[in-house]
Design a protein around this ligand. Structure first.
Ligand code: MLT
Length: 406
């Protein structure tokens, strides 16, 4: 008899955002006249930049002629895009990378989930708490998480690093040995960032303990402070201990188009194995590359015109984030993030549970948010609000919240 992956049985019934979508759909079905405002999943709403669209149209035309048609592309991405990434995202910030250290993919979610393929099941994994659920759920699927304890809402073999207002969203170094550390800055869900000194602490720890840092920089384009690192590779020593994940989703509106990339330095070696060579082997076996049309679109993000256009869109979202932060603060909420991030991490009023506050906002204000508890036990007592919506709807949502009585 065929046996299934037994670890799936241990997972929660559905993925966090699928769960919220289900609850919201049920509410909308019961209240067809409700004017719902979506501030839950971090999905962009502004169209792709004209320069990106133009490049994609041209790429479609390429596909229509024998001379310029593209079949299977390189699994690790076309050189034109990898070179643009190396030049603009790294060289321009003082980081030298070889294009063979860049692997283009269909997004950071896939890569942060799939990277576990090249890791032993025996690794001890450390995550921030609250955390982007993909890191935990994919380690559960791989059998690395141990048993779930509903009382503590933790997995026995995962090391949780509380990342809360109490420690200024700067998690402490582990007090027991860990092998793989997931860090996300600007952080999803708290919207806070790790500065150069804080990242240096992690790089030194990882090198001293032969650990690997999985650094998710999907939101780096929102960083405002010019001194803040956008890449972990801006930190000396990171090339021997870190893998970095980047995405065009939030930076350039590719949530529907799908494109991202992962950087694995050739200097990253564990157990005598090059992680770069292992990932290449994994990708060439399981992945046929992102599409030519999409990669041409992503390349256009780096043209002067494309860059200007995507910055205008990012400013639109930055404005929304400011409106939410200032509006909520004006009525006494404790609010974090929002400055170098599209996420606003808001403390619930009067110690209310985060799912209760989620329900209250849905029922009384018809606003969809994400309950902090969905990101881990230390997210209890918070909700996450996204700034990716329409600007008028965002203002309307803030006005609705201001009128609520708590
Ligand atoms: C989120 O809302 O946390 C993100 O949109 C999820 C993702 O990027 O996969």
């Amino acid at each position: 008899m065929a046996k299934v992956n037994e670890y799936f049985k241990k997972l929660p019934g559905s993925y966090l955002f699928a769960d919220i979508a289900k609850k919201t759909a049920a509410y909308a079905a019961e209240h067809p006249d409700a004017k719902l405002i979506k501030m839950g999943i971090g999905d962009v709403t502004r169209p792709l930049a004209p320069a990106v669209i133009e490049a994609m149209h041209k790429a479609v035309d390429d596909m229509s002629k024998v001379e310029t048609f593209h079949g299977y592309g390189p699994e690790q991405g076309y050189d034109f895009l990898r070179q643009a990434i190396v030049d603009h995202d790294y060289k321009a910030r003082g980081v030298d990378l070889d294009i063979d250290e860049v692997f283009v993919s269909d997004g950071a979610k896939s890569d942060t989930g799939n990277i576990g393929d090249i890791l032993s099941v025996d690794n001890k994994v450390a995550v921030c708490d609250p955390v982007y659920p993909v890191y935990v759920d994919t380690n559960v699927m791989a059998g690395r998480a141990g048993e779930y304890d509903p009382k503590t809402q933790r997995w026995s073999n995962i090391y949780y690093m509380p990342t809360t207002a109490e420690n200024n969203f700067n998690p402490d170094l582990p007090t027991e040995p860990v092998d793989v550390i997931y860090l996300c800055s600007p952080n999803n869900p708290t919207g806070t960032t790790l500065d150069r000194e804080q990242l240096t602490k992690w790089v030194n720890y990882a090198n001293e303990h032969d650990a690997i840092i999985m650094f998710d920089a999907a939101y780096e384009c929102f960083i405002q402070d010019p001194d803040q690192p956008h890449s972990i590779f801006e930190i000396p020593g990171a090339k021997t201990c870190a893998i970095e994940f980047r995405s065009f989703s939030k930076k350039a509106g590719f949530t529907g188009a799908r494109c991202g990339y992962t950087v694995i330095p050739k200097d990253l070696v564990r157990d005598g194995q090059s992680l770069n060579a292992m990932w290449l082997r994994r990708q060439t076996t399981k992945f046929n590359g992102a599409s030519y049309i999409i990669e041409r679109g992503a390349e256009a993000v780096y043209t002067p015109e494309g860059n200007k256009q995507i910055e205008e869109t990012l400013d639109y979202y930055r404005h929304n984030a400011r409106v939410i932060k200032e509006g909520l603060e004006s009525v006494g909420f404790d609010v974090y993030g929002a400055v170098s991030s599209p996420y606003i991490w808001c403390k619930t009023p009067n110690g209310m549970g985060s799912w209760d506050f989620f329900d209250l906002l849905l029922r009384q204000a018809n606003i969809i948010t994400t309950p902090g508890a969905g990101f881990g036990p230390s997210g209890e007592g918070y909700i996450r609000i996204t700034a990716f919506g329409d600007a008028d709807a965002t203002e309307e949502a803030v006005e609705r919240i201001k009128k609520m009585q708590f």
